[in-house]
Design a protein around this ligand. Structure first.
Ligand code: APR
Ligand code: ZN
Ligand code: ZN
Length: 366
């Protein structure tokens, strides 16, 4: 066991605190990782506000990169000294999805078995089973994906959550490729990453939609060919018009990605889609929301598919090293997601900045 500094949310709605925690030595299947960088995500704030569950105290932070310090006796996938990105879907290898060769959908993902605790022994709930606003954290070895050690931790650590969700919504779930048109509704961190993923895939046009002009600027930097401010114009008509310029007669985009998580924007995505196109829902709705009223004949008549994207349907061991390589080659601008680097005691300030809309990601450097 060792003691390290970490950021904990002790009670609903209370400011987070920098405290000392106990990190057990890794047991079978586990690894202790020395964190170098960890992004501040909406989900961390959501935990603090009690919006995920009531299992306080939470050890926050989950978009991280670092160096493996120690592993359990049986661990062979990573070794001390490896530079890794942490993921929150370690695949089991033996569930229905894994057995049919679709481990990206694993239905039995897992975390470390042992618990990290406060100094008084109170068990911590690590955010998304990671807990990386900490000098060191304990995870399942399968949550560690080895990548190019030359890469910048603050940038590639973001692949551990929102950026992977967005890129994966475009390239994995939406299967965007050259010859396709893509529209992304909602250009926060996730949506802008979907724009970057669509651009990377060769799709064109890549249309970014948001109600905030600042978000549309960020989307343009990351590869959007067109932007639509949907507080000013009807995004459905505008997406149809833009796609029609490239593909005569197009009734929308081949792939429309919903990155807000609301019924009305999902309905826009549904109707902004070309025949036989794909809607990808990557925004996370709240439990009170329902599918909007849509005539069933429209579902049938338009064909195609209506999909959801879990964590960008990523397979960390396949996707993280590939995306880090593209970043290192200058083909994927992960640096553009890092708006500021902050200290571990600046997380409350970073939460405040989330509401302003100027920050894609604040990244804690350790
Ligand atoms: N139409 C278009 N864009 C909208 C609308 C709307 N009606 N309402 C909000 N937006 C935009 C916001 O302006 C913002 O740019 O959606 C974006 C949401 O971005 P963030 O709040 O930064 O959220 P982000 O981290 O990108 O996550 C988006 O994906 O992972 C999920 O839980 C997450 O549901 C959330 C979604
Ligand atoms: Zn996140
Ligand atoms: Zn599985």
């Amino acid at each position: 066991m060792q003691q390290v500094k970490a950021v904990v949310a002790k009670a609903k709605g209370e400011p987070v605190e920098l405290v000392t925690i106990n990190v057990p030595d890794p047991g079978p299947g586990e690894a202790v990782v020395k964190i170098q960088a960890c992004g501040v995500c909406h989900t961390d704030l959501h935990y603090r506000e009690g919006g995920i569950n009531d299992e306080f105290p939470f050890l926050l932070g989950h978009e991280a990169a670092g160096i493996v310090e120690a592993v359990g006796d049986d661990v062979t996938s990573v070794a001390p000294g490896d530079f890794v990105i942490l993921n929150w879907r370690a695949v089991c290898g033996d569930c229905r999805a894994c057995n049919r060769g679709e481990p990206q959908y694993c239905f039995a993902t897992f975390n470390a078995t042992q618990k990290m605790t406060l100094e008084d022994g109170t068990e911590l709930s690590p955010a998304l089973g990671i807990g990386a606003f900490a000098e060191k954290t304990l995870v399942a070895a399968g949550q560690c994906t080895k990548v190019d050690p030359e890469a910048r931790p603050a940038a590639v650590g973001l692949l551990g959550c929102g950026v992977m969700a967005g890129i994966g919504a475009a390239i994995n779930t939406g299967a965007a490729t050259r010859g396709n048109s893509v529209a992304v509704i909602g250009c926060g961190g996730v949506g802008v990453a979907a724009v970057a993923g669509a651009a990377l895939s060769g799709a064109s046009p890549v249309i970014a939609v948001d109600i905030d002009a600042k978000k549309l600027e960020a989307a343009t930097k990351l590869g959007a060919t067109h932007t639509i401010n949907s507080s000013e114009v009807d995004p459905i008509e505008e997406i149809k018009r833009i796609c029609g310029e490239t593909y005569a007669g197009a009734e929308g985009a081949d792939v429309v990605i919903e990155a807000v998580g609301r019924p009305e924007t999902w309905k826009q995505a549904f109707y902004a889609r070309d025949l036989a196109g794909t809607v990808v829902l990557v925004g996370v709705p709240t439990p009170d929301m329902s599918i909007p009223e849509i005539p069933l004949i429209d579902v049938f008549g338009r064909g195609g598919s209506l999909k959801s994207s879990w964590y960008g349907d990523c397979l960390p061991s396949r996707d993280f090293p590939m995306l880090v390589d593209l970043y290192q080659q200058g083909r994927l601008d992960l640096d553009a997601f890092v708006t500021e680097e902050i200290g571990i005691d600046d997380i409350e300030a970073a939460f405040d900045k989330m509401h302003g809309g100027d920050v894609l990601r604040s990244v804690v450097i350790l």
